[in-house]
Design a protein around this ligand. Structure first.
Ligand SMILES: [Zn+2]
Length: 103
């Protein structure tokens, strides 16, 4: 798996209309802690939905950044971590490797 850029992810999020991606279940209550993707001004804004109040409060929806999503992916891809493999599939990243310049 190669490293991905912000542009790579934004392209796939828009193309496949990905609105939500579950990072993991809360270790206390198993609520699906997720990224939320909102298309905005040609780019993509990222929020996190912590859902429950076990770890973060009082706001359940907090600002995040696409750079954070990318570093989570790239860090895990280096080690062939299952989380990177799940992102690879869920964001259709193989499309970028098969056809890097196409749509
Ligand atoms: Zn929880």
């Amino acid at each position: 798996m190669r490293s991905m850029s912000v542009g790579d992810f934004e392209k796939q999020i828009k193309k496949h209309k990905i609105k939500r991606w579950e990072i993991r279940g809360c270790s206390f209550c198993n609520y699906p802690i997720s990224y939320l993707f909102v298309e905005s001004g040609g780019g993509v804004e990222v929020l996190t939905d912590t859902g429950c109040d076990c770890v973060v409060g009082p706001s359940r929806i907090t600002d995040y950044s696409m750079e954070g999503v990318i570093s989570l992916y790239n860090m895990n891809a280096e080690n062939d971590n299952p989380l990177a493999k799940r992102m690879y599939e869920d964001f259709y990243l193989s499309e970028l490797e098969e056809n890097p310049n196409g749509n």
